[in-house]
Design a protein around this ligand. Structure first.
Ligand code: FA5
Ligand code: MG
Length: 505
């Protein structure tokens, strides 16, 4: 749809959503990136009203033609469009990609790419990841105790459109492929919208039991429960006929009249499989057995995470890559929350990946939703907080401990360090750090948020020992001034000197 127009002309062009646009323009520009005000408002996270004013759509043409400020509006549009290059090369993870008319990454979204919150020490998402992985390690182990599942938690989120959609039989016209819902680098590459994107490549490499953990990207509003990046754990478990029916050798995974060649044409990628009982190729016995195993494992997983009192329910669902499919919902704060989607893997996927005479289950769950409920975290944006007041509430040593998040103050932190020499008769072993913590708490009171030992040092010549602590001050109701923090900090120093005969460095 790229077209060029001359100055002072009104042109009709079409937004990618199909809406007709009339554009009055003073510059020569490639129009393939122009969107209607609604799509732009969504993309730029601006209000619809602002975009309606700046970006003339058909129903605005009368008003706009009367605006003397049309040039200004055009320039704004030009500026915004020029932040979205139509043809340029973008380098991500050491690979170069040529962007095209599908490109819709924003500078902001790129800042999330390598943060790997699910691997960050003492991060709530990492804690839940470890608990889920441990569950599967324990649940599925061979007689010697070796875990059956392999874990992939560092796969690049840059995937092909084929991986994310085609390989999973997601039809060409499926709404989840829309540019308005995904982050595309170009027509071939995108940021994965779910961890299921890696399923087929791992199956092809010969794996049959695996977990994939990672960040996924979907274009969405930002509020307390929505964020354009979240984290998923996906799983695949494939069971061979001999194993599934080792106690019932008369039973089979596949119906007698099923032949693989026949199957691949009969269930096309564009056909929606809505039979909630089973795929045509499978026997009822095999599906019921795998469904039972999967649901049982997932129920035990959520009970392990949330405790025995948890109320949950299974709801029928539809995914193009599983049939039958379900979602698991849990009851929390008088509401039902969907926490995962799952199902019996489409046989066409296994068969194309070179896996025969087997049946599998797959699921995908969201880490943020679990963490928000388990730890009482009220806002999804908090997961991105660098604030140590947030992070220090989660400690990997307490993996299975009930941690309940305590809201941190909205006001800024103020951090002051204190370094001192211990008196010569005291060593690191004989001096109790708790003595320092007590003095700090006694003098600082509620405005002390954290005290951490930063450094231990022994002077090479004098043999004297020194300690450095960082004290973070923060008030719950107002911003502290540096002056008042300094006064408290000095009072703490004086008390330490008086009580323990230390020398400030
Ligand atoms: C999927 O992403 C499928 N790939 C899951 C799947 C895998 C099904 C394998 C079958 C087999 P869905 O879009 O529903 O499905 O997301 C799965 C889970 O991710 C949800 O249950 C939810 O826990 C989480 N999730 C989805 N959208 C969001 C969001 N905007 N914010 C936070 N978590 C989300
Ligand atoms: Mg869902």
């Amino acid at each position: 749809m790229a077209q060029r127009i001359d100055a002072n002309e009104i042109k009709i062009i079409y937004c990618s959503c199909g809406k007709r646009l009339l554009v009055f323009w003073n510059y020569n520009i490639n129009f393939s990136a122009i969107k209607c005000s609604q799509c732009l408002a969504k993309e730029l996270s601006r209000s619809y009203q602002t975009c309606r004013f700046h970006f003339p759509i058909a129903d605005m043409i009368f008003k706009i033609s009367r605006f003397s400020g049309i040039k200004c509006a055009s320039q704004t549009l030009y500026r915004l469009l020029s932040t979205q290059p139509i043809q340029s090369v973008i380098e991500l993870h050491n690979n170069k990609y040529e962007s095209d008319d599908y490109f819709n990454l924003t500078p902001k979204i790129l800042t999330y790419l390598d943060q790997n919150l699910h691997l960050k020490k003492n991060h709530p998402l990492s804690l839940i990841r470890q608990r889920i992985v441990n569950f599967f390690y324990n649940e599925y182990a061979n007689p010697k105790g070796t875990p059956l599942f392999s874990v992939f938690d560092r796969m690049s989120p840059i995937v092909t459109v084929k991986q994310n959609f085609d390989s999973l039989l997601i039809p060409e016209n499926h709404p989840s492929r829309a540019k308005s819902d995904c982050y595309y680098i170009n027509r071939e590459y995108m940021l994965r919208a779910h961890c299921t994107a890696h399923q087929v490549e791992l199956l092809r490499s010969g794996l049959d039991n695996f977990l994939i953990v990672g960040d996924v990207y979907r274009r969405d509003e930002i509020d307390a429960t929505h964020f354009p990046v979240f984290h998923q754990v996906d799983a695949v478990r494939v069971i061979h006929n001999d194993k599934l029916f080792k106690n019932n050798p008369d039973l089979e995974i596949f119906e007698k009249n099923y032949s693989e060649n026949h199957n691949s044409t009969s269930i096309g990628s564009s056909e929606k499989c809505i039979d909630q009982v089973k795929q045509p190729c499978h026997t009822v016995e095999s599906v019921k057995l795998v469904e039972y195993e999967m649901k049982n494992a997932l129920e035990r997983l959520v009970i392990t995470l949330f405790g025995k009192k948890l109320k949950f329910r299974w709801v029928d669902a539809y995914f193009p890559f599983t049939q039958p499919s379900w979602e698991l919902e849990i009851y929390h704060n008088d509401k039902w929350f969907e926490i995962l989607g799952c199902g019996i893997m489409r046989n066409e996927i296994l068969s194309k990946a070179g896996i025969h005479n087997s049946i599998g289950y797959a699921f995908g769950l969201g880490l943020e939703r679990l963490a928000m409920i388990i730890y009482d975290i009220p806002d999804i944006r908090l997961f991105w907080s660098q604030d140590s007041g947030f992070l220090n509430q989660f400690n990997e040593k307490d993996l299975n401990k009930t941690i309940k998040y305590k809201p941190i103050s909205q006001f800024p932190q103020c951090s002051n360090d204190i370094s001192f020499w211990l008196p010569s008769e005291l060593s690191f072993e004989t001096f109790s750090l708790n003595d320092v913590y007590d003095v700090v708490r006694n003098i600082g009171g509620d405005i002390v948020e954290q005290v951490t030992l930063l450094d231990k040092f022994t002077h090479p010549k004098t043999g004297k020992n020194s300690l450095t602590f960082r004290i973070i001050y923060r008030h719950m109701e107002r911003t502290l001034t540096q002056k008042e923090v300094n006064e408290v900090h000095e009072a703490i120093s004086n008390e330490l000197i008086k009580k323990y005969n230390i020398k400030i460095r």
